[in-house]
Design a protein around this ligand. Structure first.
Ligand code: SF4
Length: 253
């Protein structure tokens, strides 16, 4: 069993293990704090918070204006500690980019959907694994009654079809929505991606998840948890390493 107090499993844990098992050990088992907050994480989190606040305001009544979303972005950014910049970015250029992306979001968001849930907590059980927990970014209903479960992301460029159809977070959402009482076979799953390209865009990618895909996800989680229990931790050196906040500890492996 892991030494750390792992009381639940999550998509973030799964994704971390799949991208680098040693990073999983350092972060979740040894509980070593990150050496820094990567600028990509700080930027994505602040933008995510601004978009989440917009949907929350729709849920509560009056939708936030772009200026109010900019304020949410700034407040969240200021809470991030020890940000490490890469690729010539700085706070000022990123604030400009964030404002552009928020404005693009505001111009493209559908005003006529009914927001049913924002950051909806879910939990489901997989045999032999701690409870799988997460939060669905957005659940909304279109005027024709179709219910959509969406994940909100920022990305450096547009996604390929395979990134959408094999996206594991959406599969976790499908199981999470089922745990919340929705029929997962009748849901539309969607990735709303704000691209940090020169001319920013908001691209919506729609997909579905079948019970076979959910079963495959469950098998994957079981296998990964079994590997964690057996302490199968090893480095996966690749392009992620350049921005890894546990790289100093990794060198001691
Ligand atoms: S530096 Fe690379 S190999 Fe080492 S823990 Fe980080 S991601 Fe894994």
């Amino acid at each position: 069993m892991p030494e750390g107090p792992i009381t639940h499993f999550s998509y973030s844990q799964l994704n971390t293990y799949l991208s680098c098992p040693l990073k999983y050990r350092l972060q979740y088992v040894e509980l070593i704090p990150p050496a820094f907050t990567s600028v990509a994480l700080a930027f994505g989190s602040a933008l995510h918070e601004a978009v989440g606040a917009y949907y929350q305001s729709r849920l509560e009544g009056e939708a936030l204006k772009p200026d109010q979303m900019h304020d949410v972005y700034r407040a969240t950014w200021q809470d991030a500690e020890n940000i490490k910049y890469f690729n010539g970015d700085n706070e000022k250029t990123l604030l400009q980019k964030a404002k552009q992306l928020i404005d693009v979001f505001h111009e493209n968001v559908s005003p006529d959907t009914l927001v049913l849930g924002v950051e909806e907590f879910f939990e489901f059980n997989i045999e032999g694994v701690p409870p799988f927990q997460g939060y669905i970014d957005l659940i909304e209903q279109s005027p024709d009654g179709m219910i959509t479960v969406a994940d909100l992301k920022t990305a450096a460029k547009k996604l390929g079809d395979n990134n959408v159809h094999s996206n594991l977070q959406l599969t976790a959402y499908s199981l999470g929505a089922e745990a919340l009482g929705f029929d997962p076979d009748s849901l539309t799953m969607r990735l709303d991606v704000l691209t940090k390209t020169k001319s920013p865009e908001m691209v919506r990618y729609e997909t579905t998840r079948t019970h076979l895909e959910r079963d495959r996800f469950v098998k994957l989680v079981k296998q990964v948890w079994s590997a964690i229990e057996r302490h199968a931790f090893f480095p996966r050196d690749d392009w992620h390493c350049a921005q890894c906040a546990w790289a100093d500890h990794c060198r001691e492996w």
